[in-house]
Design a protein around this ligand. Sequence first.
Ligand code: P6P
Length: 323
Amino acid sequence: MQTFQHYLQSQNQVAPELRDTVRSVVSACLNISANVRLGALAGVLGEAGTGNVQGEAQKKLDVIANQILIDELKQNPNVAGLASEEEDDFVACHEQGEYLVLFDPLDGSSNIDVNISIGTIFSVLKRDKTVSGSLKVEDFLQKGAQQVAAGYVLYGVQTVLVLTFKHGVNVFTLNEQGEWLQTHENPKIPEQTAEFAINMSNQRHWEMPVQQYIGELLAGKDGARGKNYNMRWVASMVAEVHRILMRGGVFLYPKDNRDSSKAGKLRLMYEANPLGLIVAQSGGKITNARENMLEIQPTGLHQRVAVVLGSAEEVERVRELHG
Ligand code: P6P
């Protein structure tokens, strides 16, 4: 099995500075994994007693993971700046750096204290060097299709790294010696599925097209879709995406009529776009229910969106119902 280091060295079509930037992200995730794995033994569970720009109470591990990534990336001269779910504003790093790294340091925080899978999501953009002057937030506001690398680390039953440089997707599993070994190459998301993921407790808040779509799935083989569907909900988007990457499925977090979810709950820049690039590179699709997610022009670092992703046939059905 190929190690992650050998894989990086083999990617000659990828700029060495970009490979080195991703190496830094993965190095930070190895450190995060060591903290996650110990949980209560390392005293890292529970609330941090602080809040973030999202208005969410931070867990101790949210803060720890965020700081590990910031400390690691600040040391890499290829990194011009970073943006985090846990930071109000971006953090300028190296003036001569070419790459911008955006991340959700620990997605699925509500699962930390109950030992259910969580993950780190990362997105890499290239800084437009023709734009002079110091780093600005506009430098980060690039469409998902402009990412040059993206991926996630899932701290689950196994610790896996899933990565794309836009030439397919590679999956690496962490061994007991702290090495990442390649365990999958170019997994493909089946076009069809019989498994959906949505938080059903929000049903009364959904727009009609989503009500109709989920109604079709719940109608089973006697309904319009002519087959029975199964449902999963982990409340950790990274875990849902990984399941879909491995066996297909469709994931929805629709916007709804609650103020907190008017545009959607999930974040465009460091959740939907990086996970969406992995999905798209694996033959799946991702939309905001109406349009291709990766073509949305961002207007803010912490912009929220509705998300529909996974097996193409299902994502397209949702888009069709939205007219
Ligand atoms: P709910 C985790 O907080 C997250 O951002 C995603 O990882 C997950 O899919 C979603 O929110 C879960 O939301 O409303 O079911 O708790």
